[in-house]
Design a binder for this molecule. Structure first.
Ligand code: 2RA
Length: 373
């Protein structure tokens, strides 16, 4: 410290240097900053390389004025409106479909590149659906100024599946999901916690309806008790008995992998896990597969951790994967009846890679593009 300088002077000088460096960087708006995914987004923005100038936190008028911390700094939340979107270079949206449908095009018209985590634009042919480890190039072609982030169920498996596809050529996917309750938001988490309290220390789970009676009205957003249970349902009812969640897995996998005719069957199931979706995947390929080569591919794939030693009790579980960034893969087996098919089990944190992290990765790639010399 120079003669006469105080710690406060140094702090002010450091702040001035930070402000000057940031003034040249893109302005980011986080729209939906107070939600479950928004909260994880702010954590992630504080942990990753700081590529942003101003980070503006935007939410509903109800949340305006709240102070949240991002990059270690308290920042006041502003209400979503035209003014909040002025001067924004990149806007991450994590809001309900109808809010995105209305406001993402307004943000884009004001010059922002929008990275949207709702279902409003995922299937729009003029909106790329991007997972940077699989189809990063797609983010550069965005006629509407919007890039879509896939649904968390697709995202929890697609990095691993994409790596295997690049080598073996995917021809069919049959998946069953084991989805965490946080996929259904805070209401889902609250319901599971209330239900666990209702059944804790009891001998319930031995007679038809005994869990249902104990849970009573605390069903939350689920159509059956989720404590001491599994519920073969997520999303809304679509044609021919499929759920919207199952159709998303099919349509999104096809779009991300660039395989419009890929055969996909999904069964989506809610399980009593707070956060981290798991999927059991049966993947059939154009070419014969070996477990050894699949292991090599997965071990080297960016964003994937191979955890596959059942003899040592090593396989991914949501309780171990939660709070981490990668897709965890284990139980890799070649089908006994089909030399072109692999069976595997994957786990991915549905709030991180399944939502906030993928959004942040896309936004960072856009920032790099905007600031490239
Ligand atoms: C769920 N995939 O888990 C949904 C959330 N987008 O319910």
């Amino acid at each position: 410290m120079g003669v006469g300088r105080t710690t406060a002077d140094d702090a002010r000088a450091a702040e001035a240097r930070r402000a000057s460096a940031r003034s040249a960087r893109p302005t980011l708006a986080v729209v939906g900053a107070t939600g479950a995914v928004g909260t994880v987004l702010l954590e992630i923005l504080s942990q990753r390389a700081d590529v942003w100038g101003e980070i503006r936190l935007v939410a509903s008028a109800r949340s305006a004025g709240r102070k949240l911390t991002v990059r270690g700094e308290e920042t006041e939340v502003v209400a979503l409106g035209e003014e909040a979107l002025e001067g924004v270079d990149v806007a991450m949206f994590d809001v309900p479909d109808d809010i995105s449908a209305r406001w993402a095009p307004i943000a884009a018209a004001k010059g922002a590149v929008v990275v949207d985590n709702s279902a409003a634009f995922r299937m729009d042919p003029d909106v790329p659906l991007v997972v940077p480890e699989v189809n990063a190039h797609a983010a550069r072609v965005r006629p509407r100024g919007i890039v879509a982030n896939p649904n968390c169920t697709t995202l929890s498996m697609i990095v691993a599946v994409g790596a295997l596809h690049a080598e073996f050529g995917l021809s069919e996917l049959v998946v069953a999901s084991y989805q965490a309750v946080s996929g259904a938001g805070k209401a889902g988490v609250d319901a599971l916690r209330a239900q666990l309290t209702a059944v804790a220390g009891t001998e319930l789970g031995t007679q038809p309806g005994d869990v249902r009676r104990a849970v009573g009205d605390a069903m939350g957003p689920f159509p059956a008790p989720v404590a001491l249970n599994v519920v073969p349902w997520a999303g809304s009812l679509m044609a021919d008995g499929w759920s919207s969640e199952e159709l998303k897995v099919r349509a999104e996998a096809r779009k991300i992998l660039g395989l419009p005719d890929l055969r996909v069957s999904a069964t989506c199931v809610r399980v009593p896990v707070i956060t981290t979706h798991s999927l059991s995947v049966h993947a059939r390929f154009e070419n014969e597969v070996t477990v050894e080569r699949a292991h090599e591919i997965l071990a080297n794939a960016p964003g994937v951790v191979l955890c596959d030693s059942p003899a040592d009790g090593e396989f991914p579980t949501p309780a171990d994967a939660v709070g981490t960034d990668p897709t965890w893969v284990g139980r890799v087996r070649r089908s006994l009846d089909d030399p072109r098919a692999l069976d595997l089990f994957v786990c991915g944190d549905n709030l991180r890679k399944g939502a906030a992290l993928n959004t942040a990765q896309i936004a960072e790639s856009v920032a790099a593009e905007l600031t490239a010399p």
